[in-house]
Design a protein around this ligand. Structure first.
Ligand SMILES: Cc1cc2nc3c(=O)[nH]c(=O)nc-3n(C[C@H](O)[C@H](O)[C@H](O)COP(=O)(O)OP(=O)(O)OC[C@H]3O[C@@H](n4cnc5c(N)ncnc54)[C@H](O)[C@@H]3O)c2cc1C
Length: 373
């Protein structure tokens, strides 16, 4: 007799979304989360069509739309000129909502669907496929206990200790870079994004709900100053000519963007999901959205095969392919923001102009809004 049909490891946005979808299908699901409280770090803000479809399926699309800022479009600039301007049509919206709010809405939704099934402060130390069931070792603060289930979904994030413990290779894909990021008050942020692909490196400015703006600056040459308000402000001004209103006591957060994928996403009674399965560079804002879209596929597979051996073939085949496409796109976006001069800079500017021209603009908008993923 097993304890639960599905155990999900990790209450990040992806594990939580899957939990909501399964609970809606009346699957007996629990989520083990090592943090005692919600994660309030500033991370994802961009929600694209595939992500919105998943949020609708999980029953919180309307709440997300009500809180989010709908991005009207954006410009790509270089050396004081607009190279391309795109608008997002209603059928391909881009919504901006800080991840901590999306997470909170997902947590509330899961609590409404399955109260008490989110086990906060519970660290999963190990999982094992026993063929007829899966075994999960959980540390809830009072020693280890074992739980059993038909399927365990590992959604414990990019540094997944369980993926490593299972010996699943983590393969590097092209696309690396270092960035600094800061969310600040800005009542004049508007509803359009600006991407400055400057000779000295990328500067991004995204409006956020509640009169705020996110700045992202590529750390082009190991600039130690980018971690201070003054250095961050100076980098924006030197690259773009914009005097950003960055408070002196603000602390920009550095992050390293990389791309990896697990060598397999699902086997037997164990599935990897979200960042545990694929790391997609934050540049382009696809990682969480892709994880959600994969959670929908996995929920369908689970719904079809519960009671028997889980049949994850569809998920295990389709999700890695989509991750590869998203990673190629992110690697391209990152390459548009590396420091450049001379012929490479001119070629890049020409390419961006071409992508923003009427014959290609629709295609480029589809790319940015995750068409096909
Ligand atoms: C700066 C930045 C900006 C980003 N912007 C975007 C964006 O605009 N759009 C987008 O789509 N994506 C974006 N991303 C990516 C997005 O944040 C991630 O893809 C997303 O958080 C992945 O969700 P997840 O649930 O898979 O993993 P996580 O959010 O990492 O959640 C994993 C959870 O598992 C828990 N956990 C770990 N180990 C255990 C264990 N052993 N037992 C129990 N629990 C465990 C952790 O505490 C955590 O709560 C951005 C990322 C960064 C860093």
């Amino acid at each position: 007799m097993i304890d639960h049909e599905v155990i999900i490891v990790g209450a990040g946005p992806v594990g939580l979304l899957l939990a909501c979808l399964l609970a809606q299908q009346r699957v007996d699901v629990v989520v083990c989360e090592r943090r005692p409280d919600a994660d309030t770090r500033s991370r994802a803000i961009g929600i694209h069509r595939p992500g919105l479809d998943a949020l609708d399926a999980a029953g919180i699309g309307a709440e997300v739309r009500a809180e989010a800022l709908a991005l009207e479009g954006g410009e790509v600039r270089s050396r004081g000129r607009v190279l391309a301007a795109l608008s997002f049509p209603p059928e391909r919206p881009v919504l901006i909502l800080p991840q901590r709010r999306t997470d909170a809405l997902l947590r509330e939704r899961f609590d409404r669907l399955a109260a008490g099934r989110l086990l906060a402060g519970h660290v999963v130390r190990g999982v094992r496929d026993e063929e007829d069931f899966a075994r999960v070792a959980v540390d809830g603060g009072h020693g280890l206990r074992e739980m059993t289930c038909e399927l365990v979904v590992i959604a414990d994030g990019v540094h997944s200790a369980l993926r490593e413990q299972l010996g699943i290779p983590w393969c590097e894909r092209p696309g690396r870079g270092r960035y600094a990021m800061l969310d600040v008050r800005d009542e004049a942020a508007g509803a359009r994004a600006a991407l400055h692909c400057e000779p000295r490196g990328l500067v991004e400015a995204f409006p956020m709900p509640g009169g705020r703006r996110r700045w992202v600056v590529r750390d082009a040459v190991g600039e130690p100053d980018l971690g201070t308000a003054a250095g961050f402000r100076r980098a924006i001004e030197e690259r773009t000519g914009i005097r950003a209103d960055i408070p002196d006591d603000a602390t920009p957060v550095g992050f390293r963007a990389g791309q990896h994928a697990a060598s397999g996403f699902g086997r037997g009674r164990i599935a990897l999901l979200g960042d545990a399965a694929h790391e997609i560079s934050p540049i382009g804002g696809q990682g969480m959205n892709l994880g959600w879209s994969h959670a929908m596929r996995l929920a369908e597979d689970v719904g079809r095969s519960l009671g028997a051996e889980p049949d994850l073939r569809r998920y295990a085949k389709g999700a890695p392919r989509a991750a590869r496409i998203a990673q190629r796109r992110s690697a391209f976006y990152m390459s548009m923001g590396v420091p450049a001069s001379g012929v490479p800079l001119h070629s890049r500017e020409l390419l961006i102009r071409a992508l923003g021209s009427p014959p290609l603009r629709g295609w480029a908008t589809g790319l940015i809004t995750m068409r096909g993923l």
